[in-house]
Design a protein around this ligand. Structure first.
Ligand SMILES: *[C@@H]1O[C@H](CO)[C@@H](O)[C@H](O)[C@H]1NC(C)=O
Ligand SMILES: *[C@@H]1O[C@H](CO)[C@@H](O)[C@H](O)[C@H]1NC(C)=O
Length: 294
């Protein structure tokens, strides 16, 4: 995948994180997680899709409208679908821009391949277009995840949902900011890949991908430095494996859907939302990303 380094990414890196010291000088998977982890995930998961139904034109969940307008898109260009999986009584409402690289089937399949408890951390999965590659944002105070471009890989969906797991709708209490996690990080000698070196929040989300593979398949792809992230992985599994990573059970504790609003947008509303979105992306700790992956 192409690493999309847009202006926005550069601004965020400087303003939100400040000093960009690497967490570690070794990486367990020097070429990124997508290559080594995708085959196992694809082999061992299947989306338990039951049905999907489109919404009528003119209506959109507010969470989706905020993102569409905020990113400069027209809310009338949305395709809204309710997607029902067999392991949850309640459908998820997905929003896709008509020009998004991800098809609705791609979204339903990638999202559905995650465990029902990981899916339950997400309110609306949203797909928007990108000129190339894949990047993504997680709105961790409301549970929405936004995929820009060709983000089919399960490692990306698990990473963004990993941000939701980290925050569980309370970003000020992120697990990746707790003393046990930071101590485990201190004892470990590597990060999963170079992207994880961005900061502790991105590192946590990449360790989620590793822990998910281990939970699902009983092993992880071979690391360049065996055991170099075992402290974090062990703590993450100890804390979250049975409630989130195991492929069992049914959905629970889902964030409530956002309210249904009209796609119609006034110029004034458009200006306001775009301005707010711009300010938010650089400075709001609830908004994680844009994550872009090697
Ligand atoms: C890597 O980090 C370790 C521990 O922080 C340090 O001892 C070592 O000198 C570093 N190696 C390089 C090549 O920077
Ligand atoms: C995935 O399945 C293919 C085809 O059956 C197999 O060759 C490959 O070894 C499997 N990979 C993993 C990681 O399970």
């Amino acid at each position: 995948m192409i690493n999309l380094f847009s202006n926005i990414v550069a601004v965020v890196a400087v303003s939100a994180v400040g000093v960009l010291a690497d967490l570690k000088n070794k990486t367990a998977y020097p070429d990124g997680l997508s290559g080594p982890f995708t085959p196992g995930f694809n082999n061992y998961t299947e989306a338990p899709l039951e049905w999907f139904t489109p919404w009528g034109a003119g209506w959109i969940p507010k969470g989706c409208k905020d993102r569409f307008i905020g990113k400069g898109y027209d809310a009338d260009d949305v395709e809204v679908f309710n997607i029902k999986y067999t392991d949850c009584d309640q459908a998820w409402t997905f929003c896709r821009h008509k020009d998004a690289q991800l098809s609705l089937e791609d979204m339903a399949d990638s999202f559905g391949r995650m465990s029902v408890h990981m899916r339950s951390l997400v309110r609306h999965p949203i797909a928007l277009p990108a000129s190339s590659g894949c990047s993504a944002l997680a709105y961790t105070d409301i549970g929405d995840i936004v995929m820009f471009g060709n983000c089919k890989g399960l490692t990306v969906w698990l990473h963004e949902t990993g941000h939701q797991l980290d925050a569980r709708l309370k970003p000020s209490n992120r697990f990746s900011g707790t003393t046990p996690w930071l101590e485990a990080l201190e004892r470990d000698t590597c990060v999963p890949d170079s992207y994880a070196n961005t900061n502790t929040v991105e590192d946590f989300a990449q360790v989620v991908v590793v822990a998910q593979h281990e939970t699902l398949l009983g092993y992880k792809p071979e690391e360049a430095f065996p055991g170099c992230l075992d402290q974090r992985q062990g703590l993450l599994e100890h804390t979250f494996q049975s409630d989130y990573l195991e492929y069992v059970g049914r959905c629970s504790n889902r964030p409530r859907d956002s309210e249904i609003v009209s796609t119609k947008t006034t110029k004034r509303e458009k200006m306001k939302k775009m301005k707010r979105d711009k300010a938010q992306e650089g400075n709001d700790p609830n908004v994680v990303g844009p994550c872009s992956f090697p």
